[in-house]
Design a protein around this ligand. Structure first.
Ligand code: ZN
Length: 140
């Protein structure tokens, strides 16, 4: 994990996590944790979703189960079914990256960074600008 790397050291853009929308988190946790051997990382619930974090090298799979139907994950599953919901890229400079996105005409969902599930600053880019994938950016 990132414990040995100070936040000030540039690390380059990397995959922070892949968010997977699921209907029953507890039914899928054994597959990822026990069968595929991905250690569980405790994460707080966020945005009306229960979240299970499972480590893959320096990245995570996040299983996202709607805690309430009227949540982003609940609406996603109602519309499209379970599946990959978003990919999160960690960047060294979130503000600078968002500005480069603006300059490139990318549609931002979050004009300003906000605090995400892991207590990190995050911002989402709209799928219409990213090839159909909801992209989350996080800082470190
Ligand atoms: Zn995420």
């Amino acid at each position: 994990m990132s414990a040995f790397v100070p936040d000030s050291v540039p690390r380059g853009t990397r995959i922070a996590h892949i968010g997977i929308a699921v209907t029953a988190l507890d039914a899928l946790r054994p597959l990822y944790r026990d069968v595929l051997g991905m250690p569980e990382v405790p994460l707080d619930d966020a945005d009306g979703a229960r979240i299970a974090g499972l480590a893959v090298g320096e990245s995570l799979v996040e299983l996202l189960e709607p805690a309430v139907a009227d949540s982003p994950i609940g609406k996603f599953i109602a519309k499209r079914g379970p599946g990959i919901h978003h990919v999160c890229f960690a960047v060294d400079d979130l503000d600078g990256t968002l500005q480069r996105c603006r300059d490139a005409g990318i549609t931002l969902i979050d004009e300003q960074p906000r605090l995400g599930a892991e207590g990190k600053r995050i911002a989402f880019l709209h799928p219409r600008s990213t090839g159909g994938v909801l992209v989350e950016l996080s800082e470190h």
